[in-house]
Design a protein around this ligand. Structure first.
Ligand SMILES: C[S@@+](CC[C@H](N)C(=O)[O-])C[C@H]1O[C@@H](n2cnc3c(N)ncnc32)[C@H](O)[C@@H]1O
Length: 217
């Protein structure tokens, strides 16, 4: 990546990524955790029932305060690496999920350089990439490909909202950033993934969200 590309991504991260730290601890993460069981049952478990996800070495990407990691462990994950850009989230995870089968890793908001190539058997991200800028999603997809083992799956919840190109995502309904199912599919395919399924669904607004299941070729 060139210096210009790097500083461009750094600028997007510093403008957009830091809305979910300790300042919204209980108000956001505490309330979200209360909805986790219902969201898992309705939106996520059906994918785990349908696909043979290998939960040996899982990444919970943009893990926040760890509500998804808890469900992944309950579902049988042997080890979960929780990645997040925000130091407050990492500190919370290290303090509250002290067990041998989890690791918390802080990253720079646009790559997964602390994680090795080809190690992980499943990459999971829920309720986070819906807020990511298109440029950040494009930067992460080759990284997801790099860290996954061949034939491993990824389940990624992202935005399908494209009404405000170039606008401020915090003013969009439910803070959905600019992305569509089609663009996500295109970028994933160009980065060595088969797109196994895309489920477009409504989160407060009609069809503003999508869960995409990828498989590394
Ligand atoms: C809405 S919270 C959701 C957290 C968690 N997935 C959940 O369901 O509770 C979004 C998370 O994404 C993280 N995040 C935002 N931008 C990021 C980026 N560019 N790279 C990595 N993490 C990011 C935030 O720090 C935050 O923890």
């Amino acid at each position: 990546m060139t210096k210009v590309q790097n500083s461009r991504l750094e600028a997007v991260v510093s403008a957009e990524a830091f809305h979910w730290g300790a300042e919204v601890g209980e108000r956001y993460h505490g309330v979200a955790a209360e909805h986790m069981d219902a969201q898992w049952q309705q939106m996520l478990k059906p994918f785990f029932d349908r696909y043979p996800f290998d939960l040996t070495e899982v990444v919970d990407f943009a893990a926040g305060y760890g509500r998804n990691t808890r469900k992944l462990l309950e579902t049988g994950a042997r080890h979960v690496t929780m990645v997040d850009v925000n130091q407050d989230c990492i500190a919370h995870l290290r303090e509250n999920l002290q067990q041998e089968n989890v690791t918390a890793v802080q990253n720079n908001g646009f790559d997964l350089s602390p994680l090795p190539d080809g190690r992980y058997t499943f990459l999971y991200s829920f309720d986070a990439m819906v807020h990511f800028d298109l440029e950040i999603a494009i930067a992460y997809l080759p990284e997801f490909q790099r860290i996954l083992k061949s034939e491993s799956y990824a389940l990624i919840h992202h935005s399908n909202y494209s009404a405000n190109p170039g606008g401020d995502f915090t003013t969009n309904p439910h803070m959905r950033n600019y992305m569509t199912a089609g663009i996500f599919k295109h970028v994933a395919m160009r980065n060595g993934f088969d797109v196994v399924e895309q489920w477009i669904f409504s989160w407060g607004e009609p069809d503003n969200d999508c869960i995409t299941v990828l498989r590394k070729r």
